[in-house]
Structures are given as C-alpha cells and as structure tokens.
Write a protein that binds this ligand. Structure first.
Ligand code: ADP
Length: 275
C-alpha cells in the first residue's frame, strides 16, 4: 500500500491570530513495505505530517493517497474508517491509553470497536500478543501489573490487532530503558521484515533511523529538507546541522549507516566525510 503526498499544506488556526503554517507544499512517496523514518527539529512538522496519513488531520491544500483512499483538501465525505483500519497509529506513550481490566480485553477493544465479532477479536488479540512476545500466562492479568516496556507492547498489540497494512510510530521508544528500547525496535524490525508491514517512524534518534530505515525524511520548517536512504541523508551533515540536527559521530552510528547501505558490517576507522 503506497502512501503519497502531493503538494500538501497544513495550516493550524487558519484565519485566526494564531495561524501557523505547519506543512508547506509537501510532496513525498512512501513505498509499500518500506521503513521510513521522519527526523527533524521540534516544530519542524513531523507530527503534523504523520497525522495526515490516517486522517487525524486533513490537508488545507493538496492530496494524500493511502492505497486506494484519496484524502483531498476541502472534500466533504472521506472514507476515514477504512483508512484507520489500514493505518495503525502508535502514539507517544501508548500505554497511557490502556484501560481494560485484562490485557486480552484491552487488545480486543480496537477490533470490536470496528465491528469485528468477539470470537474473531479474541483470535486476533491472541495472535497480536504472540507477535509482541507477551507470554500467554499474562494475558488475563491487569495491564497495570506489567512493566513499562510490557505495557507498551500490549498497547502495540492493540494496534496490530486491526491488522493494519501500515503503522505510524511516534517516538516509539520514548521513556524506555535501553533494554526496553531494543525490544520495541527489534519488534518493529521483525514486523517489517517478516510481514512486509510499512512502517513510518517519527524519531529523535539518528541511530535508530540509521539502523532501521530504508528511507529517511529530514524535515525543516514544514518541508522535507532531504529525502533518501539513510546514507544519502546523513552524508549531508552540514545541511542537517543547519536544520538543528546534530549527527552522532560514533562508530556504531557510522557502522549502522554502512550496514544499511549494504557496504560493510564493521569498519574499524571511518569518518562520515569519506562515506
Ligand atoms: P514536530 O512534530 O516536528 O515537533 P509539529 O508537527 O508538532 O512538529 O508542529 C509543527 C508546527 O505547528 C509547530 O510550529 C507547532 O507549534 C505548530 N502546531 C502543532 N500543533 C498545533 C496546534 N494544534 N495548533 C497550532 N499550532 C500547532
């Protein structure tokens, strides 16, 4: 399911004193099955951009196409229900939205809300909980008995239970310890590789973008500044720095970059200027 933005502009508070141009004539393509990371300074428009993909925000101008759904500025009737089934959204700190008595009920909530029968919802919930690696012995416990990382996995299972074709992740590792971070990133890496799930990840971590994505979109002032493979994007160090993005100059970062570019697994001595 390809995702395309054509000349998309988004203005908050249009015709008010608080009017703010948050997306400025954005055109970009997210190929089906890709892992795209959106990077950029705070306020560069990352969150506004991704909220257009599942219809949470509507464009002020332009067109967004998500598979066979077309979202156009000014259009009255849009097929947002089918869009929300196709595109899952994992918000920042998604565990804050858990509320049911048991984990399994929480994961069933989304599918049942979309009119799926209880037995099918349970089947999907079990499948999703298995996917996120939460042991069956915990499924009938309260989600509030879990660790932070486990609670996040339950919330993600709730999104996966709708069987989306694409998933948007807004800072998916925020607030987790290094082990929790690795678990969550590993989960999305495997969902992307094994199930060809299209992933769009908003992140502050250049390391994560370098390690996981096949496409990086660097945003500045509501526009994509650079779009390309991690190597194509991160090689443009000065341009990124001018947009307030400082690259980590660690060997792990550079090795991840080269690994993604299929060039090498480990390079003992290397600077980004040689890439
Ligand atoms: P990012 O996710 O990169 O931090 P955002 O998409 O949240 O950027 O914000 C882009 C711009 O739009 C910023 O200037 C921000 O202040 C503004 N903005 C975001 N949300 C709103 C809103 N609900 N109302 C008014 N302005 C907003």
């Amino acid at each position: 399911m390809d995702i395309t933005f054509e000349h998309v502009t988004h203005v908050y508070g249009s015709r008010t004193p608080f009017e703010k141009l948050a997306l400025d004539d954005v055109s970009l393509h997210i190929p089906s099955g890709s892992f795209t990371s959106i990077i950029g300074h705070t306020g560069s428009g990352k969150s506004t951009l991704v909220q257009h993909i599942n219809g949470l925000l509507k464009p002020s101008k332009g067109t967004i196409t998500v598979g066979d759904v077309v979202i156009q500025a000014g259009a009255k009737k849009q097929d947002l229900k089918s869009l929300r089934e196709k595109v899952g959204f994992v918000f920042q700190y998604p565990e804050h939205q858990l509320f049911e008595e048991t984990i399994i009920k929480d994961v069933c909530f989304g599918p049942m809300n979309f009119g799926i029968s209880e037995s099918e919802a349970i089947k999907r919930a079990e499948e999703s909980l298995q996917m996120v690696g939460l042991p069956a012995s915990l499924w009938h416990r309260s989600p509030f008995d879990l660790s932070g990382g486990q609670m996040r996995r339950v919330a993600i299972a709730g999104v996966l239970a709708l069987r989306p074709q694409a998933v948007i992740l807004d800072e998916p590792t925020a607030g987790l310890d290094p082990k929790g971070r690795q678990e969550i990133l590993g989960l999305f890496k495997s969902l992307h590789e094994r199930q060809q799930l299209t992933i769009i990840m908003v992140t502050h971590s250049m390391d994560d973008a370098a390690a996981l994505s096949d496409q990086v979109v660097a945003m500045k002032g509501g526009k994509p500044l650079i779009i390309g493979t991690p190597k194509d994007v991160f090689i443009q160090k000065e341009k990124l720095q001018a947009a307030g993005l400082d690259l980590p100059e660690t060997m792990t970062f550079l090795n991840k970059l080269l690994e993604r570019a299929g060039e090498s697994k480990t390079i003992p001595a290397f600077t980004i200027d040689d890439a």
